[in-house]
Design a protein around this ligand. Structure first.
Ligand code: ADP
Ligand code: ZN
Length: 748
């Protein structure tokens, strides 16, 4: 079963474990509720055998049908009315650190808010089944504090070494104390050392002595003091740390991390997955002298197990991770930092649809700890919370050390269009040539992987479309493939049109980064180019190598997608060309303008971060669009105010609430019927608007036909409760899936 089984549909169909008639348990001394990592409406009741002691949070094995399933003893009283004979017993307690109370509260909270089965939310916190494997450990020793009867100088040295090193192997202790193994074994027999199993995994770094941070400017120091004070105080606080790229936000929040560490508490730093690069992690290593633990989707099970256990046992003091890091069972989490808080990657759309930034605030509040949201271009949601006084606000107005913000200009493609069949305006080409002549670097940004977004036959007009999705196949010329960007479908780029059989008649339409790279090779043949996109850099090591080449100036022109937009610092990169600044506005959804503003501000921030001033050229067909004017004028405040005004007027988020229901299935008619039924049964209290059903823009996705309903409500309405009741009251076709998305970010 995978995370996609989260269909809210299953919520209203509780199934109880089948009681077995021959299950003669007799009278059990206790009963507990056990939450299983399955799409069930809630925990199930089990009996506890007399020889077993379990507490909420303990991992246990329980029978379910004919299987044994691992679950967690949950809080709350089991149903006392159920006859003991019908209760099946807990089979065993699993040797693993318990799930802390605050993690359990968090799981319940997320499940309620996202209208998801709590077991599936808990599954995100269980994370890796190997956590429960017996540790393949190494034999080690730990000092017991008992003084041995005969305290020779050699024994004395061993005990000192044990105190200094903590739990250590025989070899390590022998070496540190300059003694033979026999001395150590003797201390074991005397009871001064006890044998323990050391996990085979690498230990976590110790943050006991932190190197001092850099000398902060007065503005930075003031911001850092506010954040550090929150990290030292007991209790919840949410604070927005806002400042342009390069203003020192990272240095400033590192002071808050230092303050939390000084209290011996753990810290979680969330980053959008794509920003979790070696370069960013190196920043933390530099500041703290040791590398943080990381948590992301590319980890091996063994590494996941190590970090999960390290978080649970308090050994992993700093974890830098992607959104799912929120579900780690921290023993004593004292601070959460959400960097690039505006980033869309914080929203998970598959499975449990949750927004990690918002849930980080919830986690902080449940744990009574501070959370710092960091951005150069905060989301309107966060700004609304600042405005309403729910969040604090710290501002860093300037770039560090006098580095100036880049100069941004628009290139009106109607006035200076690229030559036929090309994508770079002569103005941009010229700026690139000048930059190259100065020995500096350019970045061409286009958020579109591959060679061309559409391929068609010049002879018959045939277009290559994905058979499973409403989407064109994207040509990837390096791989000689036509690829669907929504599902795994691809085919080798054919020589002839499959419809009319004409050879060599396929035409690429529109640009992708591979095609822009081809153009750069034509106009600047002497330039060394590098194409940077997720599909061309398999894995973090390849990405790190690419970024290292850019930093080492082995590359003159970088052509990249948003993977280069984040977190990098290339001192000689002084020109950024945005190939299609209008791209993000095309979809026209609620946040199109806001997102374009955020992304292009971030890309622009790559230019001129060191002593060389930077320049940004935006290619656009609509230089008068408010977002283009704001970028050119460097006037974000006015743009954001206009956006806020427009949303406030019609009560769109963050001034109102949205929830989406995506109804999908392999049978178009049945999916449509379910969507229509939902529209009929929809509750419509005052002020609540039900929009749809309508075929989703991605009407076919991975072979499923999709329909969308949208609920719009005032902020005072709890959409979670409304949707839960709605689904409970609606008959559901088992062949149709209903996905619930509270606070949707994507409208596809
Ligand atoms: P942001 O996170 O706002 O983009 P950073 O914290 O990455 O900014 O800072 C930008 C650059 O300036 C980094 O190389 C950082 O090390 C440097 N920097 C910022 N503040 C200081 C400071 N007070 N002293 C020395 N270097 C600093
Ligand atoms: Zn597809």
């Amino acid at each position: 079963m995978n995370a996609d089984d989260t269909a809210g549909a299953e919520l209203s169909q509780p199934t109880q474990p089948a009681p077995e008639p021959d299950d003669l348990l007799g009278r059990l001394p206790a009963r507990v509720r056990v939450l299983l990592p399955l799409p069930l409406p809630g925990p199930y009741d089990y009996g506890v055998p007399p020889d077993l002691a379990v507490q909420p949070g303990d991992f246990v094995e329980v029978p379910l049908g004919r299987r044994l399933v691992r679950g967690v003893v949950w809080d709350g009283a089991a149903d006392a009315s159920l006859s003991a004979a019908r209760l099946r017993p807990v089979a065993a307690r699993v040797a693993a650190p318990p799930l802390p109370a605050v993690t359990r509260r968090f799981i319940d909270w997320v499940a309620t808010y996202t209208v998801s089965p709590p077991g599936l939310v808990m599954r995100m916190a269980m994370s890796v089944s190997s956590v429960f494997d017996p540790a393949r450990g190494r034999a080690a020793w730990r000092a017991t504090g008992t003084v041995p009867p005969r305290l020779t100088p050699a024994r004395q040295r061993v005990l000192e070494a044990a105190a200094r090193l903590g739990t250590s192997t025989t070899a390590d202790l022998a070496e540190a104390a300059g003694v033979g193994a026999a001395v150590i074994r003797g201390l074991g027999e005397a009871g001064a050392l006890e044998a323990v199993l050391l996990p085979a995994d690498a230990p976590f770094p110790d943050y006991a002595s932190l190197p001092p941070g850099p000398a902060l400017s007065p503005g930075q120091a003031e911001a850092a003091a506010t954040l550090a004070a929150a990290a030292r105080a007991d209790g919840y606080a949410a604070i927005l740390l806002e400042g342009v790229t390069g203003s020192g936000k990272t240095e400033v929040y590192c002071e808050a991390i230092a303050a939390a560490l000084a209290r011996g508490r753990q810290v979680l730093v969330l980053l959008p997955e794509i920003a979790l690069t070696t370069a960013v992690l190196a920043r933390f290593s530099q500041r703290f002298g040791v590398a943080p633990a990381t948590w992301h989707s590319e980890m091996t099970p063994r590494e996941r197990r190590r970090v999960w256990l390290g978080a649970a046992e308090g050994r992993a003091q700093v974890v830098v991770g992607a959104r799912s890091g929120l579900f780690l069972p921290f023993r004593d989490l004292g601070l959460i930092v959400v960097d690039e808080e505006h980033d869309g990657a914080y929203k998970q759309d598959d499975g449990i649809a949750y927004h990690a930034r918002d849930m980080a605030v919830v986690r902080a509040s449940l744990g009574q700890v501070p959370v710092v949201l960091v951005s150069a271009t905060p989301s309107l949601e966060t700004l609304a919370n600042v405005e309403a006084g729910r969040y604090g606000h710290v501002h860093l107005p300037e770039r560090h050390a006098g580095a100036t913000l880049p100069q941004i200009a628009a290139i009106d493609l109607r006035l200076s269009p690229p030559p036929r069949g090309r994508w770079l305006s002569p103005l941009l080409a010229q700026a690139m040539a000048e930059t190259l002549a100065r020995g500096e670097q350019s970045l061409l940004f286009l958020n579109r992987r591959g060679y061309a977004p559409l391929t068609l036959c010049r002879t018959c007009g045939h277009r290559f479309e994905c058979p499973n999705c409403s989407a064109w196949l994207v040509e990837h010329r390096y791989q000689r493939r036509l690829v669907c960007h929504h599902c795994a479908h691809w085919l080798p780029t054919p020589e002839a049109c499959p419809a009319c059989s004409t050879a060599d008649s396929l035409a690429a339409c529109g640009p992708g980064i591979e095609r822009v790279a081809e153009e750069v090779a034509e106009i600047l043949p002497q330039a060394r180019t590098l194409v940077v996109a997720s599909d061309l850099l398999p894995g973090p090591a390849a990405a790190a190598a690419a970024f290292a080449r850019i930093a080492a100036r082995e590359v003159d022109v970088v052509i990249g997608t948003q993977i280069v937009a984040k977190g990098h610092h290339f001192p000689m990169l002084t020109l950024v060309g945005v190939v299609d600044a209008d791209l993000g506005l095309a979809g026209g959804d609620l946040r199109a303008g806001e997102r374009t503003w955020q992304l292009l501000s971030q890309v622009s921030g790559r230019a001129g971060r060191a002593e060389h001033p930077g320049r940004v050229l935006l290619q656009t067909h609509d230089p008068d669009a408010p977002v283009m004017r704001a970028l050119v004028a460097g006037n974000g405040a006015a743009f954001i105010e206009a956006e806020q005004e427009a949303r406030r007027e019609d009560a769109w988020p963050p001034y109102g609430r949205l929830a989406a229901l995506i109804v999908s299935g392999p049978d178009e008619g049945r999916a449509a019927a379910q969507a229509r039924l939902l529209a009929r049964t929809a509750p419509r209290p005052d002020g609540v608007l039900i929009l749809g059903p309508a075929p989703a823009p991605l009407a076919l996705l991975r072979g499923a036909y999709r329909f969308r309903l949208l609920v719009k409500a005032p902020r005072s309405v709890s959409l979670s409760a409304l949707v839960r009741g709605w689904l409970a009251d609606t008959r559901q076709d088992p062949a149709v899936r209903i996905q619930i998305d509270i606070d949707p970010q994507s409208f596809l």
